[in-house]
Design a protein around this ligand. Sequence first.
Ligand code: SF4
Length: 402
Amino acid sequence: MVTKLKQPVIPITEIEQSAFCQTDEELSSKTLAEEFQAGVRWQKLPVSYMRMSPEELDDRIGAARAKLGSSLVILGHHYQRDEIIKYADYRGDSFKLSQFAASQKDAEHIIFCGVHFMAETADVLSSDDQRVILPNLAAGCSMADMARIDDVYDCWDDLQDVLGDHGGVVPITYMNSTAGIKALCGRNGGIVCTSSNATATFEWAFERGERVLFLPDQHLGRNTGLKMGVELDEMLVWNPFKPLGGHTEEALRRAKLILWQGHCSVHTRFTVAQIEEARQKFPDVNVVVHPECTMEVVQAADLVGSTEFIINSIRDAEPGSVWAVGTEISLVNREAADNPDRTVFCLDPVVCPCSTMYRIHPAYLSWVLDGLVEGVVVNPITVDDETAGFARVALDRMLAVV
Ligand code: SF4
């Protein structure tokens, strides 16, 4: 049995998570030099881009985009800033954007305005002659960074040692994880899930094994497990910095659901107190939250679902209805602007964008577009063939389930 003591590592993305939190709701982009003053560590780029004003960058991006025509497609995740979303040919959540990337056979270049794991997934799903570009290589995801591949392999090996060969454990990884973890799932009879199909993938997994190892978001895993009737005392949280995840062999044998100790720094900001406050202020309020929120928040909300579910719930609602939303602020602000006959606000009074999504500043988009105009591919994201092959197995299983 592998017994190791490791030092806890806090991802830099988690440390910087509150770098742009504020109370005045002013999220318009500033020059990159000004944004760097928040003490963030982003990718370096030519200094001229640091000083360009938002207006200069806007003109520059528009000109480069026009020159490049249909040779490229720009994808924008819902949590991106407005100054980036305005250039997106397609907007969506991570899964929809990856599917869209796979369907864009004519585009030579796919510029993914999102975070690293999304660009990796797009590379896995796109064809060999297409290049996926991530404008800022520092745009990771604090949740994905909490599951490092070596730690996950150690966990998997420990579970095999304790529970026997495969031990009836089926690994499920949330889309928000590295290609390496998706490949581990593909190699070992596992599957990928998104926040909209987590229940279907749990059903699939429990038809094939007695237990599920769920990575990397403990909250989505717990919320889905509860929905499926798994009791809290049948779930464990695996701490990668403790031997056997912090559990005895007997406890591991009893567990039905082993949850990786990861979380989303944005969605765990929401609290039951915020929901109570919203209900006091607006007795008819509809509270809708993302399943990456804690179990307590999910249970206190009226509706729970993926980003796409949240968008559709608000758009399909009656005019005059009131919506308190527990998800990323850029999306909430956009929904409020797009639905002026409904009251839409974020549960959290502090405006706190996802700091990793926020790393796609217009200066970075301008830089990679200018590179393409000059024939230079800046920041390509490439997953090696073996990893991509097994990751694709786990992604294809998901597509067959839903
Ligand atoms: S919102 Fe959370 S899960 Fe999504 S990219 Fe940001 S840190 Fe990662």
